[in-house]
Every structure is written in structure tokens, then in C-alpha cells.
Design a protein around this ligand. Structure first.
Ligand SMILES: C[S@@+](CC[C@H](N)C(=O)[O-])C[C@H]1O[C@@H](n2cnc3c(N)ncnc32)[C@H](O)[C@@H]1O
Length: 238
């Protein structure tokens, strides 16, 4: 399948994007991500880079002082706007946001699809106030998720395209450390999806509950920092 640029891919994906959300596996990802934003962003000015349809941003808006989002795709943003969220169209590598104007900039399931990752990290650092936080999620090259993705056939994201049609990068922790500009200090990280073999286990009675419980318990343990399929770096702006 031909590779699509990010904007066309996500415009195409927008119609189906929320089909699986709100329950099971996707609910777990959202919950573990939102919890982290809540730790750093309660009563603060918060920005989501690549906010998509605003599912996460809508939850963040309930505890942040202000919550705004930026995304490349008009198709995705139309849904965020319909939710009443404050959003703007723009790129992670050229954010339409003033220098040092937010306390927290976070990004989930986006940065692995941005080829100029150093540019995106510089932009997140630029918009955060000194002492503020960047929460940046990457796809871990050394994880069960990576292995399963490698073995599995591609998943459809619309009637026309699948998840292999967009640029995707899997990173080691060492590579991620190299993407941070000098003004960001890596303080800690959270690992999400450590033991889940395939997303469908979360739909099973009892087993789904146990796997979810295990993921909740492990997310902040050292094992998660090594093996989490999604690795969220918590970095402080010096
Ligand atoms: C998988 S979705 C994640 C959306 C949201 N963060 C969430 O967790 O529900 C990825 C989003 O990143 C956006 N995106 C991809 N590349 C981007 C870029 N270079 N700049 C801004 N947004 C981008 C896409 O349009 C899409 O809405």
C-alpha cells in the first residue's frame, strides 16, 4: 500500500477513529495517559500536540486551568471543535503557540509518526515555561507490542487504508534520549501496555479485568520503563 502523508492519512482515519475507543484496550491506554497528565497538569495551562478528535483533551479540560490542542488534520479537528474544545490546526514541528506559554505540553500516539522528531521535541520545549513539563509518548522498539505488530497483518483504519500506510518509527530508550534538546531533562517515564499480548484480551471476561489490573499496577515500575509498548517520557524544562 502506498504511503500517505500524515494529513491525508488522518483525514481518512477521522471517520473511524473513535470506533474502538471508550472501552477495553483503548480505554486503558486513554486512562493511563490521562492519569499522567493529571499528575502534572491539574490547575495548569496544558497543551496537547496532535490532539486528534479531542478524546484525551476533553478529559484534560476537566482538571486543567486551560486546555488547548494542535493537530495537522482538519478531519480530526472538526470532531474536537464539535466537542467545544479550544484547538488550532498546525504541525508538531511548527506549533502555532507562543514561547513559554504553557506549563505542560503532552503528546500521545503522535510523535512516532513525526519524521522530524528532534524538531518536534524542540517545539514542545519552546512552548513550555521554565520548570514546566513535556510528556512525550514514543513506541518502544523493545516491547511485546512491537513484536506483535511485526507478526500481525495490518489493521484497517478506514475502508480505504490501514495502519501501515503512515510513517511509523519504533525507538529504543537510548534513541529517545538523543531526541531531547539540552533544555529538557528526562526525569522519569511511564510504560503503557506491558503484558497485553493483543488488544482483544481486554474484551474477555475475567482475563480482561486481570490484564487491565496488571497494566495499572506495572505502569510506573522499572519493568514498564523498559518494556512498555508505549513509553511516555516525563521531561522537565530547565
Ligand atoms: C493516533 S492519533 C492520536 C490523537 C490523540 N493524541 C489521542 O490520543 O487520541 C494521531 C494524531 O496526530 C496527528 N498528527 C500526525 N502528525 C502530526 C504532526 N506532524 N503535527 C500535528 N499533528 C499530527 C494526526 O492528525 C492525528 O490526529
Amino acid at each position: 500500500m502506498a504511503s500517505l502523508d500524515n494529513r491525508s492519512y488522518y483525514d481518512e482515519f477521522a471517520g473511524w477513529y473513535e470506533r474502538e475507543r471508550g472501552k477495553g484496550y483503548h480505554r486503558m491506554l486513554d486512562d493511563l495517559e490521562v492519569q499522567l497528565v493529571e499528575r502534572y497538569g491539574t490547575d495548569r495551562d496544558v497543551l496537547e500536540v496532535g490532539c486528534g478528535t479531542g478524546l484525551i483533551l476533553g478529559r484534560v479540560a476537566t482538571f486543567a486551568r486551560s486546555a488547548t490542542g494542535v493537530d495537522l488534520s482538519a478531519g480530526m479537528l472538526a470532531k474536537a471543535t464539535a466537542r467545544g474544545l479550544s484547538v488550532a490546526q498546525g504541525s508538531a514541528t511548527n506549533l502555532p503557540v507562543r514561547d513559554a506559554s504553557v506549563d505542560v505540553a503532552y503528546s500521545f500516539k503522535v510523535l512516532a509518526h513525526v519524521a522530524d522528531i528532534e524538531g518536534a521535541m524542540r517545539e514542545m520545549a519552546r512552548v513550555v515555561r521554565p520548570g514546566g513539563w513535556v510528556l512525550a509518548e514514543f513506541y518502544n522498539a523493545r516491547s511485546l507490542r512491537r513484536l506483535v505488530k511485526w507478526l500481525k497483518p495490518p489493521s484497517a483504519v478506514s475502508a480505504q487504508t490501514n495502519d501501515e500506510a503512515v510513517y511509523t518509527r519504533y525507538d529504543t530508550k537510548e534513541a529517545i534520549a538523543g531526541y531531547l534538546p539540552p533544555e529538557l531533562e528526562w526525569v522519569t517515564s511511564r510504560g503503557i501496555r506491558i503484558v497485553t499480548p493483543v488488544s482483544q484480551v481486554h474484551d474477555l471476561p475475567v482475563v480482561g479485568h486481570l490484564v487491565r489490573r496488571a497494566e495499572d499496577l506495572l505502569a510506573d515500575r522499572p519493568i514498564a520503563r523498559d518494556l512498555g509498548g508505549f513509553l511516555v517520557v516525563v521531561a522537565r524544562r530547565r
